[in-house]
Design a protein around this ligand. Structure first.
Ligand SMILES: NC(=O)c1ccc[n+]([C@@H]2O[C@H](COP(=O)([O-])OP(=O)(O)OC[C@H]3O[C@@H](n4cnc5c(N)ncnc54)[C@H](OP(=O)(O)O)[C@@H]3O)[C@@H](O)[C@H]2O)c1
Length: 267
């Protein structure tokens, strides 16, 4: 059987990198895309992985990477829209440029890559788009409003796309990680803070970053992504290590949930 091909955005670190390595070890062809392929570590120099430059905020870069990946592998069976980062801060402190950059990366970038890949999948008569959302694509926390807005948007976008792509045998799936120990909680977060939110946001950040660095390994998310990629059902959502906070949000009445969240994270 011919090996299948996956194109991954944001493969330099964390979930994207772990997924590239898992799929490559399983015998898939992996088009691993990075903003700067020169930054790829030695593990990514794997015989089943080809590296391509791709910045999801740049239309030319998306188009070129998709052309190059297609030339290398002749097909793209699965697209993993993974690239993203979190912008943190009270809404009053975020400037337009920061908010636009957040949406340009996490939402418009994902749309741009998807639009380039869809004609290839339609021509092939099948395909799978896997979008990385988050548990905070389904529940909100404070001080991350624009990051959370991008993930809620990814959820709605994906759910809508699944209906329009079904006639072409292209499935859409969403993977929702909980706290995962990656660069996300270290270098990748962007911050804006100011009074009178400072003390409360500092408490939130200390809880958030602690939970992030104690989070699950990105390899655990990669396994869920692999399962989703090989699941021929029409299931839409796959949780990946959601953690107890997610389940409490699902089961507690709103008034109790709100008091708990405020006590643990902000007051
Ligand atoms: N870690 C968590 O707790 C968690 C939880 C839920 C969801 N997620 C989601 O999981 C995804 C991966 O994050 P991660 O945790 O693996 O963090 P990460 O280690 O920081 O990886 C993020 C990746 O996105 C790339 N990226 C950022 N901006 C980009 C752009 N403009 N174009 C192309 N690539 C870009 C980064 O590339 P560079 O190296 O070039 O910056 C990096 O490869 C994100 O969508 C994130 O929102 C993470």
């Amino acid at each position: 059987m011919m090996a299948k091909t996956i194109l991954i955005t944001g493969a330099s670190s964390g979930i994207g990198r772990a997924t590239a390595l898992l799929f490559a070890d399983k015998g898939w062809n992996v088009a691993a895309t990075l903003r700067d392929p020169l930054r790829a570590d030695s593990a990514l120099r794997h015989p089943n992985i080809s590296l391509f430059a791709l910045d999801v905020t740049k239309a030319d870069s998306i188009a070129q990477a998709v052309v190059d990946a297609l030339a290398r592998y002749q097909t793209i069976d699965v697209l993993l829209n993974n690239a993203g980062y979190g912008l943190f801060g009270p809404i009053e402190a975020l400037d337009d440029r920061q908010i636009q950059q957040q949406f340009a990366t996490n939402l418009f970038g994902l749309i741009g890559v998807t639009q380039q890949v869809l004609p290839i999948m339609r021509a092939a008569g099948e395909g799978l788009i896997l979008n990385i959302s988050s548990i905070i694509g389904r529940m909100a926390l404070p001080y991350a409003s624009s990051y959370i807005a991008t993930k809620f948007a990814v959820e709605g976008l994906s759910e809508s796309m699944r209906y329009e792509l079904e006639p072409f045998h292209i499935r859409v799936k969403i993977v929702e990680p909980g706290s995962i120990a990656t660069e996300f909680g270290k270098g990748s977060m962007q911050m804006a803070v100011r009074d009178p939110y400072r003390a409360s946001m500092n408490k939130f950040l200390s809880v958030f970053t602690k939970s992030n660095s104690a989070g699950a390994k990105p390899e655990e998310v990669a396994k869920v992504i692999y399962r989703a990629a090989n699941d021929s059902s029409n299931r839409l959502r796959y949780l990946a290590k959601p953690g107890p906070f997610f389940w409490l949000n699902r089961i507690l009445p709103d008034a109790i949930w709100r008091r708990l969240l405020v006590k643990v994270m902000v007051s």
